[in-house]
Design a protein around this ligand. Structure first.
Ligand code: ACM
Length: 575
């Protein structure tokens, strides 16, 4: 505070006090004028956009959407965005809007900008709503699609008197990271086509762009491969599932399984493409291969050896001889043998996978591959000698590099979990860093692309409450922890940062047997991750996000989905 010299008389002091009072009032007035654009109006005008846009200016007034409002599209490429808006309105408010190409009577205009040369920031969109209408224009069709997600986020949750008022705003927006992903393990538990579509819709609603579909596991092979029918007739089913936390307190003795036909996969890939979402399929190798080995025992280094089953017979259901699909969770010794038979099998499987999935990337797993069978295998030891490989980690690296070469020869790239760094990284591989950030840092320093999925922030199979009220794998990753995540590690320099493509939420389903549990585990953590990945780092504000989340949970109710209602608890327990 400014001090007043003591030599000044009382009158001068009063004048100075008065001037100071006016100055302070002016300051307060200015604060009231300028600050509230974000903090006052943003909270009170029903503006709770997640992820937070780059730039938003709130204007006065509302535009009212009614069932008579017309959507005008620029051209057929904008139909995906218009159709998604109708899909959303229909699902949640039970009406949809007419779509028209006649610009004279439009109220919601979705018209992607036309460029001679594709712009760098193709995902950018401009959004203007006034009392007279809404105008969305992306730098590309995907940008316009994100503009529609923003429109959806401006909708109230109550549809009263046939009206949906949305605030008048100006928005300029684009994402911070190119890769914004969600993963789902359908091996431990299988989920219907309808639920996969719902999951893809969640991804779209939060302006994420990648669905990492984990399709093969020890407990079930979930993708039809025409050349190897036993992968699904045998590998897609287990004779029972453990009860409780692994190793379990018993076995439910119920045959469990399922798989996606190639026809269903094509339908899902198209469904995702209509939402500008890429599906990256994961075919696990060389570990987590029990289901494939149960179908084709020659894929093991020891085809004659029984699958080891638990000592406690209560934990197992059915046959204990031969190769079996696993019924418990964990990491298992019987992995793919690096034989010519296996490589031939993998190439054939990948041929069909690449036919189904047009993604640039194919995920080939690479995590949690015990080396015990390889150590005991004469074939492996001979191969290591022949190739000059000093240990089984180098043998794994040989395995991955060989598969990478095949995938690269088809014009695609591999992603692998961070274990693929051990024994030497395949030349063009992208690393998914899950055991913390160390693998990601190392890969970026080696000039490899990286997707961050470190367990402490990005594993949505972890508990989210203390105490957790349902069975989970463990850990503790409340929503605030997810929100605090910064995907670019401080250890990287300016040139290395560019290798961090983005991040992803991982959803391993050992303890998620039903869609309702998956919903509960991802909401609201997925909302938090979307803001980490989309919004500029300097716009991240937990307090503001918390307010928005209060409204987001009302959206979940509108969608009639399950979510963690106790997410507030974390604020005290996490500090
Ligand atoms: C992993 O969680 N095993 C990648």
């Amino acid at each position: 505070m400014q001090s007043i010299p003591t030599s000044l008389n009382k009158h001068t002091c009063n004048v100075l006090n008065f001037i100071q009072l006016i100055t302070n009032m002016k300051k307060i007035f200015l604060i009231l004028i300028f600050l509230p654009a974000k903090f006052l109006f943003a909270q009170s005008n029903g503006i709770h956009i997640i992820p937070e846009p780059v730039k938003i200016t709130v204007q006065s007034g509302n535009f009212i959407i009614t069932p008579k409002t017309v959507i005008i599209v620029g051209d057929s490429g904008d139909m995906h965005a218009a159709n998604f808006l109708n899909h959303y309105l229909n699902k949640n408010y039970h009406f949809q809007l007419p779509i028209n190409t006649n610009p004279t009577n439009g109220k919601i205009t979705i018209a992607t900008k036309k460029f001679i040369k594709a712009p760098q920031n193709a995902e950018h969109y401009s959004f203007v709503s006034t009392p007279n209408g809404v105008s969305i224009s992306g730098n590309s069709y995907v940008g316009s699609f994100y503009g529609v997600q923003t429109l959806i986020q401006l909708l109230p949750v109550n549809f009263t008197d046939g009206q949906l008022p949305i605030a008048a705003v100006n928005i300029e927006d684009e994402p911070r990271f190119a890769y914004r992903g969600m993963h789902l393990d359908v091996g431990r538990h299988f989920f219907s086509v309808d639920f996969i579509k719902e999951y893809i819709d969640f991804i779209a609603l939060y302006k994420m762009n990648t669905f990492h579909w984990h399709l093969t596991e020890d407990q079930g092979w979930r993708i039809e491969i025409k050349k190897y029918p036993k992968l699904t007739t045998i590998g897609a089913y287990r004779n029972g599932t453990i009860i409780g936390h692994a190793p379990g307190t018993g076995n439910d003795k119920i045959k469990y399984g399922g798989y996606y036909t190639q026809k269903q996969i094509k339908e899902i890939v198209q469904y995702a493409a209509n939402r500008f979402i890429t599906i990256i399929p994961e075919i696990e190798m060389p570990g987590h291969a029990s289901a494939a080995i149960a179908a084709y025992p020659e894929l093991s280094c020891f085809p004659e050896k029984n699958t080891p089953t638990p000592q406690n017979k209560q934990l197992w259901s059915g046959d204990t001889t031969g190769k079996q699909v696993q019924q418990s969770w964990g990491v298992f010794d019987d992995v793919f043998c690096p034989s010519e038979y296996t490589f031939h099998f993998i190439e054939n499987v990948l041929d069909e996978v690449m036919q189904l999935f047009p993604s640039k990337y194919i995920h080939i797993g690479g995590d949690e591959c015990p080396k015990n069978y390889w150590k005991a295998s004469a074939l492996c030891q001979q191969l290591m000698k022949e190739k000059g490989l000093k240990d089984e980690h180098e043998l794994q690296s040989y395995f991955i590099q060989r598969v990478e070469k095949y995938i690269n020869s088809k014009g695609r790239q591999i992603i692998g979990w961070d274990e693929i760094l051990e024994g030497g990284l395949a030349p063009n591989a992208t690393v998914m860093s899950w055991r913390g950030e160390k693998g990601g840092i190392e890969a970026a320093q080696q000039k490899h692309n990286v997707i961050m999925t470190p367990g402490a922030w990005c594993y949505f199979d972890h508990s989210q409450n203390k105490p957790e009220d349902s069975l989970t794998i463990g850990g503790y990753t409340p929503v605030q922890k997810v929100y605090s995540y910064e995907p670019v590690p401080k250890e990287l320099n300016k040139n290395e940062i560019k290798f961090i493509l983005g991040a992803q939420g991982n959803v391993w389903t050992e303890y998620m047997a039903y869609p309702t549990k998956v919903e509960y585990m991802i909401l609201p953590r997925m909302s938090a991750l979307s803001e980490v990945l989309w919004s500029p780092a300097e716009k991240k504000d937990w307090k503001n996000f918390k307010n928005k989340l209060e409204f987001d949970t009302k959206r979940y109710q509108l969608w009639q989905v399950h979510f963690n209602e106790n997410w507030h608890q974390n604020i005290t327990t996490n500090r």
